[in-house]
Write a protein that binds this ligand. Structure first.
Ligand code: FES
Ligand code: MG
Length: 577
């Protein structure tokens, strides 16, 4: 336990304290903003890194919520300064937000490093914004607390509950199969997102905020509070009060995010029926904290921890609002206590065990017991074989179970538009056992691993009444998606991974129980195809995209930039003032 800090130890005191010309500049400029010295002197300066934006519907309330955070910081004797950061709206940013997760991470780290701040409140929640903020704060390693934006209210259409993402795909397929009208479809469009906040299925947003809490970076229960609930406002002010204390305690992200804390996060992710994206982000987060977490850790947890959070898409009907009423994440963690390291210290300064003590479940159907899970094993499985030597991922909890063991001929597409054309063409010879394959959709090929992995079902099969088939790609898929979709094939095809050698007509076999994936092609034939293979042209020749493709790592390594790894070169020194 480091000693409690004193005012003279504050990082910000280097800017504001000395009786020299530079500090004169900092003080006079603070006074230019209308602050009297009493307002900052001897007080922790707290950055509010806010990913609010006018075009991020999941974060629209964060503009106001930052004021609630400030209220808490002021109450506790801190000095708040809001620092806006890129918002990475999952709904609008193209080609994919995954391109910009690392940009937000870099921005967060450098915002904190370059300004006179002692601690940070991180405000985000829409998919990549959570890992982006945490990655940056962890590398900078000043005390930080995360405030999740909170899930939006349940969707509603003609009295039917609608879930983000999941019901868009579902009703889109119903429209294509001729089962609903255009007018119905417009009704779904108007009703599926009806308040601010993040997607309210167990998509990437809810998965990552739950992970942020499980790893110890969110106040207890904070990740389950709906965005529109007054409790969310109180969570903001409480987080503001707490961060000031965390600065005095020097409770940094790297002290909280131990290996055991990441194992807790993985267990919680599994029990929640998490988004496949969790794997990529958690590996990146752990490595920033100096912990070597890899696909094997997920594989181990997935064999042990059952899915007990009955939230769609792994669950059958409930959404995050129901999960909150059922007791939320604290209650879920209470149910999986045997799988958790309860002695991990969290942002409260207390242990995880203390944080969840006394948590109750109020609805046993929404948060099941481990003896009555919605899926007996963890929600994700890692497969390996000659098609994916560095691994790939499938979500057995959210797919037609007949595809858990399957062999079929591949239809291979090199780009999304040609795949899309084929699935709309009812004369294209797809059969129920066909394996639909998309390549060039990985970290470099996508670029940025777009969420195309739930490849669209061929119209021909939909009309036959089928709603699932085996699909395979080096893309990611939205956490709100479902189906027999093999994702994150590594290494990706664009850089010459074995997926690049697969041809239409080759037999692809998977066996989820045995955790294997193969193309039934001989090694000699693969060697011959490899000799013929030529790398595709570079996606970018300038700008951020160029830097991205030069430095992005593969999915099994967390898609971080190589130069942002904690062990890449000497630590960055504090800036000279
Ligand atoms: Fe923002 Fe889903 S679009 S969380
Ligand atoms: Mg998503």
């Amino acid at each position: 336990m480091p000693r409690r800090k004193e005012a003279a130890d504050l990082r910000s005191a280097r800017w504001f304290g000395p009786a020299d010309l530079r500090s004169f500049g900092h003080r006079s400029r603070a006074m230019q903003m209308g602050y009297a010295p009493e307002e900052w002197q001897g007080r922790p300066v707290i950055a509010i890194v806010n990913t609010w934006s006018d075009i991020n519907p999941c974060h629209t309330h964060l503009r106001q919520r930052a004021e609630d955070v400030k209220r808490g910081i002021l109450m506790a004797g801190g000095f708040p300064v809001e620092l806006p950061a890129i918002s990475v709206s999952e709904s609008f940013v193209k080609p994919t937000t995954m391109m910009y997760r690392n940009m937000l991470a870099m921005e967060t780290e450098e915002l904190l490093r370059s300004h006179p701040v002692d601690g940070a409140v991180l405000m985000g929640g829409c998919d990549k914004s959570t890992p982006g903020l945490l990655l940056g704060a962890t590398s900078m390693n000043i005390p930080a607390i995360f405030v999740p934006a909170g899930p939006m209210l349940r969707g509603n259409w003609q009295g039917k509950v609608l879930g983000s993402g999941s019901d868009s795909w579902k009703y889109w397929d119903e429209l294509r199969a001729g089962k609903i009208t255009e007018a119905d479809w417009l009704g779904v469009e108007a009703g599926i997102a009806r308040s601010h906040g993040t997607c309210m299925t167990m998509g990437t947003a809810s998965t990552m905020t739950a992970i942020a809490e499980a790893v110890g970076m969110v106040l207890p229960g904070g990740s389950s509070v709906p965005a529109a609930d007054a409790g969310h406002i109180r969570l903001c002010s409480e987080s503001g009060r707490r961060i000031v204390e965390m600065v005095w305690e020097d409770l940094t992200p790297q002290r909280i995010q131990t290996r055991a804390a990441f194992e807790n996060a993985i267990a919680v992710a599994m029990a929640m029926g998490c988004s496949t994206n969790a794997i990529i982000h958690l590996i990146a987060m752990a490595r920033r904290a100096g912990q070597d977490i890899g696909l094997d850790d997920f594989e181990r947890a997935s064999r042990r921890v059952p899915v007990i959070g009955n939230v769609r898409p792994s669950g059958d009907r409930y959404l995050m609002e129901d999960f909150f009423y059922a007791g939320g994440i604290r209650a879920l963690m209470g149910r999986i206590e045997p799988f958790l390291h309860l002695d991990c210290v969290t942002c409260t300064g207390k242990t995880l065990g203390e944080n969840i003590a006394g948590a109750k479940v109020y609805n046993d159907d929404v948060i099941r017991t481990v003896d009555n899970p919605i899926y007996g094993e963890g929600s994700l499985a890692v497969l390996k074989g000659n098609l994916a030597p560095d691994g790939c991922v499938i979500k057995p909890a959210a797919m037609d179970q007949t595809f858990l063991k399957h062999s079929g001929p591949a239809f291979v597409f090199d780009d999304y538009p040609s795949l899309k054309k084929a699935v709309e063409d009812e004369s294209f010879p797809f059969t129920p056992d066909s394996v639909l394959v998309l390549r060039n959709a990985g970290p470099q090929g996508g670029p940025g691993m777009p969420e195309w992995g739930m490849l669209p079902m061929p119209k021909r099969l939909l009309k036959m009444g089928l709603r699932d088939m085996l699909r395979l790609s080096d893309a990611r898929m939205s956490g709100t998606s479902y189906g027999a979709c093999v994702l994150h094939v590594a290494p990706e095809s664009y850089i010459g991974g074995p997926l690049a050698l697969l041809r239409t007509g080759d037999i692809v076999s998977i066996d989820v129980d045995a955790r294997s994936i193969r193309m039934e092609v001989s090694d000699e034939e693969l060697a011959r195809r490899r000799a013929e293979w030529t790398p595709p042209p570079a996606r970018y020749e300038r700008g951020y995209g160029w830097m991205f493709t030069k430095h992005i790592q593969q999915a099994n390594e967390g898609c971080d930039f190589d130069f942002l790894r904690t062990d890449f070169g000497a630590p960055v020194a504090e800036p000279a003032i």
